[in-house]
Design a protein around this ligand. Structure first.
Ligand code: PRP
Ligand code: GLN
Ligand code: MG
Length: 512
C-alpha cells in the first residue's frame, strides 16, 4: 500500500509535498520520492527509507517549481530493496512524463510483452508501476498532434489505459509543459481524494491517497476521485475531469478501513475512525452471542491500529479498557516491513507489556487483524509471561485466508496463518485460549453504516472473490511459484542494512 500525492499550486510546492508525504508515511516505509515541475524541467529526488531520511535540505532546495508529485513505497512487485523501483518513475517520451502509483497490476507480464513487441518500449525493472507509466506514455504519444495535447487526448489515453491495464491503480502523473493527470481504476480499489485551496482568487489543487494529507496541508477536501475517473489540471490551474471507463463500480478495499488508512482520514465518504468504532461494536456483539459464559477481566488493545475497535468493544461489553502494551514511538509498522525476520524482531522492539495489567487476569487482546500471525504469537506470549490467567484474542477483521493481488503484500496462501486452519487451530498456533474473528458481513456493515451508498467492497483476502474477475487458482499458483523463486520481496531482506547505505543509495536527477 503506497501513498501518493500530487499538487498544482501557485507557489513552490517542495515543502508541501514533503509534509504531505510525512502524513502518508504509514502507507509505505521502504522508499520515498518527489518530482517537481518547473517550466518544462522536472526535478527528481528519491531514495530508500523514510521520508525524513531520504530528503536533506540540499535535496529540498533542488526541488523547484509550483507543481509536483510524491510517493512513499510499500513494495508489492519487484524487490523491496531496489532503489531502481523507488517512485516516481520517469520516461522521456512523449514530452517527459513522471508517474507514481498505489496498487498492483494483475496483467503485468502480458503488458510487458505487448510493450516490447508492439509499443517498442523497454522496461528496465520488475516494477508493475514502470509498466503502467509506459502504457500511459504510449497512449499519450499516439494522441499528440502538432506537439500539443488537449484534455480530450489525455482522457482518451486514460480510457485506453483502463482497457489495457488490469488490477488496482490510483495514479498521479505529470506531463512536462502540460499538467498533472490523476486517475483511479474502474473499481476504485485504492483510495484517492481531491482537495483545493484558494490563494488570491486562484485555486490550487491537491490529490492524495488519504484526506489526512489535505487536512494538515490547509487544503479542503472536495471529493474522492471517482472509479475510472481522470482529473487533468494544467500547470496554469485549469481543471478538467471525465469518467474514462465504461463499467465502473465503487468497490474500495476493505483492508484500508481495517488497517492501512489513518483513522483520521475519510475514504469514499467513510470516516475510518467511525468505521473502526463500529468494528468494535460488531465484534462485541459476536462475543456476547458466542461466549456468554466466558469471564473477561480486561480488554487490551494491540497498538496502534486496533485502538478504536478495542475501546468501543470494551465500552459495549461494559469491561475496563487498559493500555497493557506500550508502543515504542520510533518503530514503524511491522506488517509492511520487508522480510519475516525483521518483522518478528520488530514486534518485540515495538511493543512491551505493562505486567500489572496482566497478572492474574483473564485478558481479551484486540487487534485489527491477524495476517501472518507475527504480532499475535509474540503478543500472546508476552501476556502469558506477564502472568495472565487466560488469554483471549479478538480480531476486528475476519480470518485472512486468501492472497491479496491489489497492493497488499500477502501473495501466498502458505504464509497466511488462517489458511487451512479453523479457529481452534489458529488459537493453538498463536498460543491463545480462544480466538474470535469478526464475520465478513459484520465488517462490511461496520463500514457501510457510515456511507449507505457503498454496497460492494474489494474483500478478496477474506472471501477469495476477486473484484476484477481475472484472478483464478492458476494465477495465484503462478505468483506463489514466482515468490518461491525469489521474485517479489525476498524474505529476510533487512531494511536496517539499507539504512546504513541510505545516502549512497539516493538517486537525484534533474530531468529536462
Ligand atoms: O499477523 P501479522 O502478520 O503480524 O499482521 C497483523 C498485524 O500487523 C499490523 O500491525 P503493524 O505493526 O504493522 O501496524 P500498527 O502499529 O498500525 O498496528 C496489524 O495492525 C496487526 O497488528
Ligand atoms: N503497495 C503499492 O501500492 C505498491 C505499488 C507498486 N506495485 C510497487 O510495488 O511499487
Ligand atoms: Mg498492529
Amino acid at each position: 500500500m503506497c501513498g501518493i500525492l500530487g499538487v498544482v499550486g501557485r507557489t513552490p510546492v517542495n515543502q508541501l509535498l514533503y509534509d504531505g508525504l510525512q502524513l502518508l508515511q504509514h502507507r509505505g516505509q521502504d522508499a520515498a520520492g518527489i518530482v517537481t515541475a518547473n517550466g518544462k524541467t522536472f526535478h527528481m529526488h528519491k531514495g530508500s527509507g523514510l521520508v525524513r531520511d531520504v530528503f536533506r535540505t540540499r535535496n529540498m532546495r533542488s526541488l523547484q517549481g509550483n507543481a509536483g508529485i510524491g510517493h512513499v513505497r510499500y513494495p508489492t512487485a519487484g524487490s523491496a530493496s531496489s532503489l531502481a523501483e523507488a517512485q516516481p518513475f520517469y520516461v522521456n517520451s512523449p514530452f517527459g512524463i513522471v508517474l507514481a502509483h498505489n496498487g498492483n497490476l494483475t496483467n503485468t507480464d502480458e503488458l510487458k510483452s505487448d510493450m516490447y513487441r508492439t509499443d517498442l518500449r523497454h522496461i528496465n525493472t520488475n516494477s508493475d508501476s514502470e509498466v503502467l507509466l509506459n502504457v500511459f506514455a504510449h497512449e499519450i504519444a499516439v494522441r499528440v498532434e502538432n506537439a500539443s495535447l488537449t484534455p480530450d487526448a489525455v482522457f482518451g489515453a486514460v480510457e485506453a489505459v483502463h482497457r489495457r491495464v488490469k488490477g488496482a491503480y490510483a495514479v498521479v502523473a505529470m506531463i512536462a509543459g502540460f499538467g498533472l493527470v490523476v486517475f483511479r481504476d474502474p473499481n476504485g480499489i485504492r483510495p484517492l481524494v481531491m482537495g483545493s485551496n484558494v490563494v488570491d482568487g486562484h485555486t490550487e489543487y491537491m490529490f492524495a491517497s488519504e484526506s489526512v494529507a489535505l487536512d494538515c496541508s490547509g487544503f479542503k477536501l472536495l471529493r474522492d476521485v471517482a472509479p475510472g475517473e481522470c482529473v487533468y489540471v494544467t500547470f496554469d490551474g485549469d481543471m478538467h475531469s471525465k469518467v474514462c471507463a465504461e463499467n465502473t463500480k465503487l468497490a474500495p478495499c476493505l483492508f484500508e478501513y481495517v488497517y492501512f488508512a489513518r483513522p483520521d482520514s475519510v475514504i469514499d465518504g467513510v470516516s475510518v475512525y467511525q468505521s473502526r468504532l463500529n468494528m468494535g461494536e460488531m465484534l462485541a456483539e459476536k462475543i456476547r452471542r458466542q461466549f456468554p459464559d466466558v469471564t473477561i477481566d480486561v480488554v487490551i488493545p494491540i497498538p496502534d491500529s486496533s485502538r478504536q475497535s478495542a475501546l468501543q468493544l470494551a465500552n459495549a461489553l461494559g469491561l475496563p479498557y487498559r493500555e497493557g502494551f506500550i508502543k515504542n514511538r520510533y518503530i514503524g509498522r511491522t506488517f509492511i516491513m520487508p522480510g519475516q525476520a525483521v518483522r518478528k524482531k520488530s514486534v518485540r522492539q515495538k511493543l512491551n507489556p505493562v505486567a500489572l495489567e496482566f497478572a492474574g487476569r483473564n485478558v481479551l487482546l484486540v487487534d485489527d487483524s491477524i495476517v501472518r500471525g507475527t504480532t499475535s504469537k509474540e503478543i500472546v506470549q508476552m501476556a502469558r509471561d506477564s502472568g495472565a490467567k487466560k488469554v483471549f484474542f479478538a480480531s476486528a477483521a475476519p480470518a485472512v485466508r486468501f492472497p491479496n493481488v491489489y497492493g497488499i503484500d500477502m501473495p501466498t496462501r502458505a504464509e497466511l496463518l488462517a489458511t487451512g486452519r479453523d479457529d481452534a487451530q489458529i488459537a493453538a498456533e498463536i498460543g491463545a485460549d480462544a480466538v474470535i474473528y469478526q464475520e465478513l458481513d459484520a465488517l462490511e456493515q461496520a463500514v457501510q453504516s457510515v456511507n449507505r451508498e457503498l454496497d460492494v467492497f474489494e474483500a478478496s483476502c477474506f472471501s477469495g472473490c476477486y473484484i476484477t474477475g481475472d484472478i483464478d487458482a492458476a494465477y495465484l499458483d503462478a505468483i506463489e511459484a514466482a515468490r518461491g523463486k525469489g521474485k517479489a520481496q525476498p524474505e529476510g531482506d533487512d531494511p536496517s542494512s539499507k539504512l546504513v547505505d541510505l545516502n549512497l543509495n539516493v538517486a537525484e536527477q534533474n530531468l529536462m
